[in-house]
Design a protein around this ligand. Structure first.
Ligand SMILES: CC(C)(COP(=O)([O-])OP(=O)([O-])OC[C@H]1O[C@@H](n2cnc3c(N)ncnc32)[C@H](O)[C@@H]1OP(=O)([O-])[O-])[C@@H](O)C(=O)NCCC(=O)NCCSC(=O)C[C@@](C)(O)CC(=O)[O-]
Ligand SMILES: NC(=O)C1=CN([C@@H]2O[C@H](COP(=O)(O)OP(=O)(O)OC[C@H]3O[C@@H](n4cnc5c(N)ncnc54)[C@H](OP(=O)(O)O)[C@@H]3O)[C@@H](O)[C@H]2O)C=CC1
Length: 429
């Protein structure tokens, strides 16, 4: 695919969309059918992935279109159950591409492994001893996972903190050692856990204490991705709202989220509406990403917005996002689930760093989609119109009846299951 702009894609049938993709991926019809259509995740594979398997649970997989990120076109696979998310992401991506696209960057992929040490007779001395043994501890951690070192990653640094130092009894005090580990293209949980478990006996020997927990931290604040966009107000105008009104409404919405946790949680849910579907579609651990993102939103002491929206000197709307992004393009389910493999190849993603940047750009787009709707027509107009098909299905509509009932719900401005049931009854009489 040369461009992520595919006008009319949402008016095609599923079959037509698949044809278009298949042709562009140079897959034979058999390959396409076997790999992705018939049984994307076989029960046999699922049975090897988790425990007590009885089947698989499917989610709709759609494509976020129009994304231009650092000058590269991205068609973004998104696995999600909620209507209007993909339309909204594509809508904003279309606006942002007219303004030059998203600019993104990412830090090195450094993740943190924690080791908890209890019961040292002198915590300060134990901390000092660990810091003096830094080089040998890093070496020992790397010896436990030489293949990640060979890939250019591995343990690179460490530090030590004393927690509860002011506590009356040393029973509550503890040392926490952080090992900083570059996990290359893997999310890295298993790599990190292997490393920190392997050096725990050395840590006990050095400190004279007892090691309890040895585990990665999902607060991956050394593994960040950022996205940025600058939008001239003229591109934001909608209906009776001028671009300036939309811009100012978005900035006021940001200020609301920055000042009130009740609003910030919803604002951030809207951002995760974009982030989680890409994380899931690529076979990544969405609980890890969710936990890290929300913790990062509280890094200044109170929970706030994951994005910022402001106005530059020229009056453009400027959007920014920075989040921990502990994802991988290898490891976990990324190469096990056939659709995760397809998702990664569809985006022509070459590294975890690149995937992290795409994910935060989608999060930023999703946030603007919601704020633009909220600051103008309200969320119900666009969202409920698209949700109306799910409402019709929930009321018992099937086949061609679904679209007919959904249209009637929109026309009658009453998109609710009770109303849909009445319409289904009338239709089937
Ligand atoms: C839904 C829109 C985009 C309509 O908005 P619109 O202005 O009517 O859209 P349009 O018909 O002018 O189309 C503009 C573009 O949007 C895309 N688009 C448009 N329609 C479709 C479709 N059917 N399928 C796929 N893509 C679609 C498509 O890219 C299209 O360009 P085109 O290709 O036509 O040149 C808008 O109303 C919107 O963005 N609403 C917000 C939706 C949203 O945020 N949903 C999330 C659920 S609510 C929630 O959970 C979070 C929240 C809101 O609480 C967060 C918060 O409070 O901050
Ligand atoms: N708190 C949490 O978040 C926890 C999460 N998990 C789970 O851990 C999993 C992620 O762990 P992770 O360690 O990433 O996954 P895996 O252990 O599945 O795989 C990572 C492996 O991929 C191989 N690899 C191949 N190419 C590369 C490359 N370019 N860069 C890096 N590694 C490469 C490496 O092995 P080799 O070098 O030998 O080829 C590496 O060890 C997820 O399933 C997550 O759900 C587990 C525990 C806790």
């Amino acid at each position: 695919m040369n461009s992520s702009r595919i006008p009319g894609f949402y008016n095609m049938s599923v079959e037509q969309r698949r044809e278009l993709l298949k042709d562009n991926f140079h897959l034979s019809p058999e390959e396409w059918n076997d790999l992705y259509v018939k049984e994307p995740l076989s029960t046999a594979t699922a049975d090897k992935m988790i425990e007590n398997v009885i089947g698989t649970f499917q989610l709709p997989l759609g494509l976020g279109l129009n994304f231009l990120i650092n000058g590269k076109e991205y068609i973004v696979p998104m696995a999600v159950e909620e209507a209007s998310i993909i339309a909204s992401a594509s809508h904003i991506a279309k606006i942002v591409r007219s303004a030059g696209g998203f600019q993104t960057e990412a830090t090195e992929r450094v993740m943190i492994g924690q080791i908890q040490v209890i019961g040292c007779s002198d915590f300060q001395a134990a901390k000092q001893a660990l810091l003096e043994a830094k080089d040998s501890l890093i070496q020992a951690a790397n010896a436990a996972y030489p293949s990640i070192v060979a890939r250019g990653g591995g343990a690179q640094d460490m530090d030590v903190r004393i927690l509860n130092e002011e506590a009356d009894s040393t029973y509550n005090q503890m040392l926490v050692m952080h090992m900083y580990i570059n996990t290359c293209d893997a999310m890295g949980a298993n790599i990190i856990n292997t490393m920190v478990e392997s050096i725990a006996p050395i840590v006990e020997e050095i400190t004279g204490g007892k090691v309890y927990l040895r585990i990665l931290s999902n607060y991956a604040d050394e593994c960040l991705a950022r996205a940025h966009c600058v939008i001239p107000p003229a591109l934001l105008a909608t209906g009776e709202f001028s671009g300036e009104e939309v811009r100012d409404g978005v900035i006021h919405a940001f200020e609301f989220a920055s000042s009130d946790p009740y609003r910030a949680v919803t604002h951030n849910k809207g951002i995760m509406n974009g982030i989680d579907p890409v994380v899931i579609a690529t076979g990544n651990d969405w609980r890890a990403v969710e936990a890290g993102a929300h913790a990062y939103a509280a890094r200044n002491g109170s929970y706030g917005s994951m994005t910022t929206w402001s106005k530059d000197e020229a009056g453009n709307l400027v959007g920014e996002i920075e989040l921990p992004m502990a994802i991988g393009t290898v490891g976990g389910a990324t190469r096990v689930h056939p659709l995760a493999k397809l998702s990664l190849s569809m985006m022509h993603i070459e590294s975890a760093k690149e995937l992290a940047q795409v994910i935060v750009a989608v999060g930023l787009a999703q946030n603007l989609g919601a704020l633009k709707a909220l600051a103008t027509d309200g969320i119900q107009k666009g969202h409920m119109a698209l949700h109306s098909r799910s409402v019709a299905i929930a009321a018992g509509a099937t086949g061609e009846m679904v679209d007919i009932i959904a249209e009637q719900l929109i026309e009658q401005k009453e998109i609710r299951v009770g109303k849909a049931k009445e319409l289904v009854e009338q239709y089937t009489k």
